[in-house]
Write a protein that binds this ligand. Structure first.
Ligand code: PA5
Length: 468
């Protein structure tokens, strides 16, 4: 069986789904623009913030270093904690969920690929306390991941954890910290050098949401026993498939063209609906990639715009029972992307029983594998009948190779779509604004933050009548 993921866009097209879909003529008319978008993305390969396009090719040495560190960590530690947020956490979490046991942390040590994994991507005051309740500092390694080296959430976690480690372990504490950060920018690299922490670098041209296939994601994956070489090879395979500017041979380019056309038709939401628990967090990872990359208010030539498409995370079949009603009968403002798994890693037969109740008895002798696919097809049909634009990405199975392909596929779709929208796909000024404002509120006294604090005072005073 081929391990290649496949994109089926029939249900995006008017020929299939009716007039609410995309007419073939609209797609054909876009071909020159698609070729231009492809050329623009290729021209940027490896340049500025497109270093992520080099990752499938330039990490031979780093992969070996990660594997060596992972082997040591597996031997020395019972728990591995990722401290990071946004692009520094969503990828590791998505890959862990996809490629390891669904209850990985609860498995006995001999059945796990490595230490228990915790990904702490928030600063809810209860969260750190909860973590401390379930780990033993003596046998825990903390991977502090921040590209900027100064993100308040991550660095506050660093302060809390290092304080606790020092108290618990004395001089030994430094061996429990692993740093993943920029080699040249930010404060964390300076701290790492001063303290002598083992450190991995996030390449300059790799932004947070494009960083899963560099040490940001590969370390946690390798520590838990995932085949990181197969993941990177999967990304390379997808990159090779997408070298052509023929949209009917390049799945990411075709998808970008259709998403762009769908947006023009008013589909300002992108629903990601994996039919597999293992892919549930892939929808979270995609949400950041799509939202932060495409949500921009100025074009590359300086014209105001409000570009973007709101990503929505769902899970099949669970969310059939919460959101599907809206998707079939609500506004025509969505594209639904199914992630379908051809061969699950387990088979769950449904035993016979309740023979006197035909509506239940018919399930006996079938399997959950059949039922989940039948439910997916049922949803697909309901959406077809309601003339909703849908597409399906099929993974022959969920393995390191298909996950590498899928991650890189979405990164390329995002880059091409950004080029079609003529926006800067790789910056995040809206996120930076909130980071500066939060530091200002916390009382940080740099010139920028003091000015921000003053600026924030200019908001209209809240009226009491609007607060109940
Ligand atoms: O994609 C991005 O750039 C952001 O979501 C960042 O990943 C996030 O803000 C965390 O930043 P950093 O890795 O610098 O701590």
């Amino acid at each position: 069986m081929s391990n290649q993921i496949r994109l089926d866009v029939n249900a995006m097209m008017a020929e299939y789904v009716g007039p609410k879909g995309i007419a073939r003529a609209e797609l054909d008319a876009m071909i020159p623009e698609l070729k231009k978008a492809h050329a623009a993305v290729e021209a940027g390969r490896g340049v500025d913030m497109q270093g992520w396009m080099d990752l499938p090719y330039n990490q031979q040495e780093i992969l070996a270093r990660i594997e060596a560190a992972a082997a040591r960590i597996r031997k020395e530690f019972d728990a591995f904690v990722v401290l990071g947020i946004g692009g520094s956490a969503l990828g590791p979490a998505a890959v862990q969920q996809a490629l390891n046991h669904l209850h990985y942390n609860e498995l006995p040590a001999e059945k796990r690929g490595g230490p228990r994994l915790y990904i702490e991507d928030n600063i809810d005051p209860e969260r750190m306390a909860a973590l401390m309740d379930v780990i033993d500092l003596k046998t825990t390694c903390f991977n502090v991941i921040t590209k900027s080296g100064g993100t308040a959430e991550t660095m506050s976690q660093y302060l809390i954890v290092t304080d606790a480690l020092k108290a618990a372990l004395g001089d030994e504490w430094k061996k429990h910290i692993l740093i993943t950060t920029s080699e040249k920018k930010g404060f964390l690299i300076k701290i790492a050098q001063r303290e002598g922490f083992e450190t991995f670098y996030i390449p300059d041209g790799v932004g947070g949401r494009f960083s899963e296939l560099c040490p940001v994601g590969l370390i946690a994956a390798a520590v838990t026993g995932i085949d990181i070489r197969a993941m990177v090879a999967g990304a390379k395979e997808m990159d090779q498939r997408c070298k052509t500017d023929d949209a009917f041979a390049n799945p990411a380019l075709l998808d970008a063209g259709l998403m762009f056309l769908a947006m023009k038709k008013g589909a300002n939401m992108s629903v990601m609906m994996p039919y597999a628990d293992s892919l549930k967090l892939m929808a979270d990872w995609y949400a950041q990639l799509w939202a932060e990359s495409l949500g921009k208010n100025v074009t590359l030539d300086g014209k105001p715009c409000n570009a973007g498409q709101t990503p929505i995370k769902t899970l099949g079949v669970t969310d059939q029972h919460s959101q599907l009603q809206l998707y079939t009968e609500g506004p025509y403002d969505k594209v639904i992307t199914f992630l379908k798994v051809e061969k699950f890693r387990a088979t769950t037969p449904i035993p016979h029983g309740c023979d006197d109740i035909p509506t239940i008895a018919f399930l006996g002798g079938k399997s959950h594998n059949q039922l989940i696919e039948a439910e997916r097809q049922g949803t697909e049909y309901a959406l077809f009948k309601a003339q909703r634009m849908c597409q399906t990405i099929t993974l022959p199975e969920v393995n390191a190779g298909t996950i590498g392909q899928l991650l890189y596929f979405f990164e390329l779709v995002t880059a091409y779509t950004g080029a079609l929208l003529n926006i800067n796909t790789f910056n995040q000024p809206g996120v930076e604004e909130s980071k500066i404002a939060a530091y200002a509120v916390m009382g940080y006294d740099s010139e920028v933050h003091t000015a921000k604090r003053e600026e924030m005072k200019n908001r209209p005073a809240p009226k009491a009548e609007y607060i109940l």
